[in-house]
Every structure is written in structure tokens, then in C-alpha cells.
Ligand binder design. Structure first.
Ligand code: HEM
Length: 162
């Protein structure tokens, strides 16, 4: 059955699809790394988008980080993101976006980060995502392991299917 996109999600219709690409990561406490990534952004006809992401080590193809979440659109202007990671980290974000027919910028700031008892400590996360045509780029910064907010990830993905 073909689901109709909820009207609340229409301003973000241009981020829907299957995206694949590559990124690089760093943080003062770890070795720099390169990764490949798949992101699937979908919908169920309700006023939120579904988000699933998987990454692999670019050097040897082994699975790295992955995450699953929901992006809620509130009143046509605000965003709320809930996101869970198998590393025991849960992010709750508030944010905003600006979009037109071909481009969109999404800015998300964590209002809470939860960690399981054995997860690495993460205090805050900032996510900035841009879509222009069939190109998606993002940056993720975090305050973690007792350090101040700083860059962890940047990636560029191409839309392969809508
Ligand atoms: C594309 C997504 C991501 C990839 C590919 C990635 C990859 C990595 C890698 C390879 C490491 C070093 C080895 C390790 O500790 O496992 C690492 C460390 C870490 N990452 Fe990420 N990461 C991603 C997203 C995130 C996000 C969203 C967060 C926070 C919410 C995060 C938090 C951390 C933390 C806290 C560490 C440990 C730093 C330390 O031990 O000093 N990562 N990440």
C-alpha cells in the first residue's frame, strides 16, 4: 500500500530516501577513522519521519556505529528527534529547519543524552544536516568523556532511491 506523506512532514519531503556515502571521524581521545554509511529516511503516514543509519569501517568493511530514531515535526517549524544507539547512548534533541523546493538545513541540539551504566559518557550532541538536491552532508559534534563540545564526524551521502 502506498502511504501518503503526512502534511506535517511535507516541508522535509526532500530528505526522504536511501542515502549512501562516506565520512570521516575524529576526537582528541581516539585515532582518526574513515567510514562508509547508509541512511534510510522514511515515513509511515504519521507526523514523523523514520531514520535508520548503519556504518562500516572503510578500511576493512567491519560494522561500526549504527543508530535508529524518529524525527517529529511540530507546528510546521520545530523538530524533535529521539535516537537510540547500540553503544548504550540515547539522544533527545530539539531543533529547527529551513527548506525550499530543492534544499534544506536541519539544526539539532541535544536537550538530554542518556547512557546505560556501561556506555561511554556523552554530555551533549549537536547535529547539523544539509540536503541539496540529491546530496546530503552532515556534521556531528559532541561533548563526551569530560571534554568540551567538539567535532566528531563529517560525511557526504548521495540519494540512491526515493
Ligand atoms: C557515523 C557515526 C559514528 C561513527 C562511524 C563513530 C565511530 C567511532 C569510532 C571508530 C570510535 C573509536 C573507537 C570506539 O571507541 O569505538 C568512536 C568513539 C566514540 N564515539 Fe563515535 N561514531 C559515530 C557516532 C557517534 C555518536 C553520534 C556519538 C555520541 C552520541 C559517538 C560517541 C562516541 C564516543 C563517546 C566515543 C569514545 C571516545 C573515547 O573513548 O575517548 N559516536 N566513534
Amino acid at each position: 500500500m502506498q502511504l501518503t506523506l503526512h502534511e506535517a512532514c511535507e516541508p522535509l519531503a526532500l530528505i526522504l530516501g536511501e542515502w549512501r556515502g562516506a565520512g570521516s571521524g575524529h576526537y582528541p581521545t581516539i585515532e582518526d577513522f574513515e567510514y562508509t554509511e547508509e541512511v534510510i529516511i522514511g515515513h509511515s503516514g504519521k507526523p514523523f519521519l523514520t531514520y535508520g543509519q548503519k556504518t562500516k569501517n572503510a578500511a576493512n568493511g567491519e560494522p561500526l556505529h549504527s543508530e535508529q530514531g524518529f524525527l517529529r515535526l511540530i507546528g510546521g517549524v520545530r523538530l524533535e528527534l529521539v535516537l537510540a544507539q547500540p553503544s548504550g547512548i540515547v539522544e533527545i534533541h530539539e531543533g529547527s529547519f529551513a527548506s525550499n523546493e530543492s534544499a534544506c538545513v536541519i539544526n539539532l541540539e541535544s536537550i538530554r543524552v542518556g547512557t546505560t551504566p556501561t556506555a561511554k559518557s556523552v554530555q551533549r550532541v549537536h547535529r547539523l544536516l544539509r540536503v541539496e538536491g540529491d546530496t546530503l552532508t552532515y556534521d556531528v559534534s559532541m561533548a563526551a568523556i569530560g571534554l568540551s563540545m567538539q567535532h566528531h564526524l563529517a560525511a557526504t551521502l548521495k540519494r540512491e532511491e526515493k
